[in-house]
Design a protein around this ligand. Sequence first.
Ligand SMILES: [Zn+2]
Length: 321
Amino acid sequence: MNTKTFASAADLDVKQVSFDQLSDHAYAYTAEGDPNTGIIVGDDAVMVIDTQATPVMAEDVIRRIREVTDKPIKYVTLSHYHAVRVLGASAYKAEGCEHIIASQDTYDLIVERGEQDKASEIGRFPRLFQSVESVPDGMTWPTITFTGKMTLWLGRLEVQILQLGRGHTKGDTVVWLPQDKVLFSGDLVEFDATPYAGDAYFQDWPRTLDAIAALKPEKLVPGRGAALQNAAEVQAGLAGTRGFISDLWAEVKAGADGKKDLRKVYEAAFAKLQPKYGHWVIFNHCMPFDVTRAYDEASDHADPRIWTAERDREMWLELEG
Ligand SMILES: [Zn+2]
């Protein structure tokens, strides 16, 4: 196997941003496979779902929002704890936003591993942290936490904030507009982009996708990739994500059960999945992390171990060195 550059350290491609209206209230800020942001414009206020990685990047989201509404941005909802989703939060604070909503499980993960995750993510993918010096010291702290379900009314618009199960992380949260049938999935669903599963629960993830499908969304904003604009596209996004997670888990579980070592399991999984999924963005980046986590889950780690910048490099050397 050729030695690959660590994670996405060499990815310098500039991406094209799209800002699509999905319904009377929902918009998607997407960028060809880079992390997405969702926007909900209610009667009296705006909610942003995932902040972008830095305040400078979030300012571009705010600029787009201001092209469609002058209502105040009152709420930020975090789909999960990853740095690339949360570290832009201070830009919304500067706009007067006081409320950052997250699941209690996400809050707990920020307490437990937020600092390590921040250092790890910046090292893996520096391009995604444009103007990283604009991130204030410390963590982004949610101001409202919930467990299971909370409902927010933006005037007459019902906004459901739901934990439908674990998958991409323990704290995964989706935002659902029942009137518009639009769902914001965070990284539970990706489209033409490789699911990152380094902090995942492989055995739970397909069930959580079932729970998303049961809502019958007609439009869906994935964590990465283009907004899905009709029921058939939503189905394709759900099926693609499920296929990748299930295929990877089956391959790694079989190897771990057969007491093969991690590097052998990794090489077999890479060879098996590459023909089907290798064209998705960040495939080479995600695979070592995803296989390592699946191998852990199949052996003796019910919960994901904390990634540090140092552990990232050690793992990469072990599997790709
Ligand atoms: Zn994530």
